[in-house]
Design a protein around this ligand. Structure first.
Ligand SMILES: [Zn+2]
Length: 74
């Protein structure tokens, strides 16, 4: 059994998600926020600006943009 460390809260978990079961709803919510934001707004010039506009941490943004199915046209 492999232990994973949650990217959001640091808890250890054994499911195959990117985050622990407690954080899955928060992750989904943040990804939806990001998708909706990008559907209605221009991509900000920097991750910091995107973070400030969406309220999602830069760390989480990088994770979503790297391994999610969110398509972003820069
Ligand atoms: Zn977590």
């Amino acid at each position: 059994m492999e232990l994973n460390k949650c990217s959001r809260c640091g808890a250890f978990y054994t499911t195959s998600n990117n985050v622990c079961p407690n954080c899955v709803p928060k992750d989904n919510c943040d990804q939806l926020t990001l998708k909706n934001f990008l559907a209605e707004n221009e991509m900000p010039a920097s991750m910091e600006a995107l973070s400030a506009d969406t309220g999602i941490s830069v760390k989480n943004l990088n994770r979503y943009l790297a391994d999610s199915d969110i398509n972003i046209c820069l």
